[in-house]
Design a protein around this ligand. Structure first.
Ligand code: AMP
Ligand code: MG
Length: 406
């Protein structure tokens, strides 16, 4: 293949989406060291990566728990009329036991008394004074969650490397943990490049562009579990870009925005090469985001994200996010693709994997109007990307298509 003099991975042709993603995962898994630990209060733990297994501190449930309001019985006594002896409420320590021919009124969440092997829902019983008539049979174990049936003491459904979300928070709380050990957030430097870029507090001249990428990428970094470090804008000269990149090298990962295409003033790759960078790829067969660069410089992984805002956001989500998750100590880096039916047709460019702004509702997805890689407004209206496959011809209404929720 003929290669461009501004490309640095001269022996690596443009990679497909799957090849590029596999490269990122392979390099990060091979090289990433685990971050240090810190302890956070449970209320601040959502989104963090758990640094130790969280074993059950007792059986779940801790006693044979009634799952219904009703009557505790012996299955063998039914159908029949049973003598009501007492009641057991949730939160009540009960010493009562059940004998043949008896029933005990019981509430949801209360411990099932010894001798009982089923609970019949109150709706299925007729109470007459001290007696209860139950017309149907019941299976042994009905409406009882046996002690330890969800987890045994010492079992760890939530392991080191899990990203804490509300189910994990529930588990930690259920085990009485008011603070938890998590991995420290990796520090991620964000360097925007471009002579036309101004900070958002400034009033741009008509030919200038506000530095929106700093803000979108920083929010993506935060959401993915990193600590965003905002660097000054690098101007489109090798000298200035080098100074800004060198100053960002104390971070754990570098995200550079812009300056990675084939333009005369796209100097990012050559500056990184001067700094001794190793490049794993610098072109991917995707749209938007084809000029994406991935490599390592002075022991730090970096991504050169394309400057076009949508390209930068998409390539962060599909590549840099996984890298950051691995650097954060996460053991899983899923891309939650799902399938949906297309609500309308659209023209495809075979050869590329395309990530197009779309709206998904239930199982149906519709592409949105977008004017290309700079169209932030279109992405604001979207709640998902349509993922058009490289070997697929044009798409028709009703076709099944992959979708990546935003
Ligand atoms: P580049 O990748 O540097 O060629 O930039 C591609 C397009 O993205 C140009 O139209 C830039 O003005 C725009 N762009 C580059 N950097 C940023 C940024 N930090 N924020 C918003 N737009 C940007
Ligand atoms: Mg530029």
């Amino acid at each position: 293949m003929a290669f461009d003099s501004r490309r640095y991975t001269e022996c690596v042709p443009a990679l497909t989406f799957n090849e590029a993603r596999a490269t990122v995962l392979r390099e990060l898994t091979r090289e990433a060291a685990l971050p240090p630990l810190e302890t956070v209060a449970l209320e601040l733990a959502a989104g963090r990566i758990l640094a130790q297994d969280a074993p059950a501190d007792r059986d779940f449930p801790p006693f044979h728990r009634s799952m219904r309001d009703g009557f505790a019985v012996r299955a063998a006594d039914l159908p029949g009329t049973l003598r009501l002896t007492t009641e057991i409420r949730a939160g009540q320590r009960s010493e009562a036991a059940l004998n043949a021919g008896e029933a005990i009124e019981i509430m949801t969440g209360a411990p099932v008394p010894p001798g009982a092997d089923a609970v019949v829902m109150v709706e299925h019983c007729m109470r007459e004074g001290d007696w209860v008539r139950i017309g149907g049979a019941v299976e042994q174990g009905a409406n009882i969650a046996p002690r330890g049936s969800e987890a045994r003491e010492g079992d760890a459904p939530l392991v080191r490397g899990s990203r804490l979300d509300y189910p994990g928070i529930a588990w930690l709380a259920a085990n009485g943990l008011g603070s938890v050990p998590v991995f420290a957030r990796p520090r991620v430097a964000i360097v925007s490049t471009g002579d036309e870029i101004v900070e958002i507090a400034e009033t741009p001249e008509p030919h200038q562009i506000r530095n929106s990428n700093l803000w979108s990428i920083a929010s993506q970094v935060t959401r993915a579990g990193g600590a965003a470090v905002r660097c000054p804008i690098a101007r489109d000269t090798k000298e200035h870009t080098r100074v800004v990149i060198e100053q960002s090298l104390d971070c754990d990962m570098l995200l550079l925005s812009g300056g990675v295409s084939a333009g005369k003033y796209d100097v990012v790759e050559s500056v990184l090469a001067d700094l001794g960078a190793e490049f794993f790829f610098d072109r991917v067969l995707i749209q938007p985001g084809a000029p994406l660069v991935f490599g390592r410089v002075r022991g730090r992984f970096f991504f050169g994200l394309p400057g076009n805002p949508v390209s930068g956001m998409v390539t962060f989500e599909i590549f840099a996010r996984a890298a950051l998750q691995i650097l954060s100590g996460a053991t899983e880096t899923p891309l939650p693709f799902t399938l949906a039916r297309l609500a309308s047709a659209f023209r495809h460019k075979p050869g590329l994997t395309r990530f197009l702004p779309a709206r998904i509702d239930q199982c149906e997805v519709a592409p949105l109007k977008w004017s290309g890689s700079g169209d932030i407004a279109s992405l604001c209206r979207a709640n998902a990307y349509l993922v058009a496959e490289p070997d697929h011809p044009d798409y028709a209404p009703g076709d099944l298509i992959q979708v990546l929720p935003l």
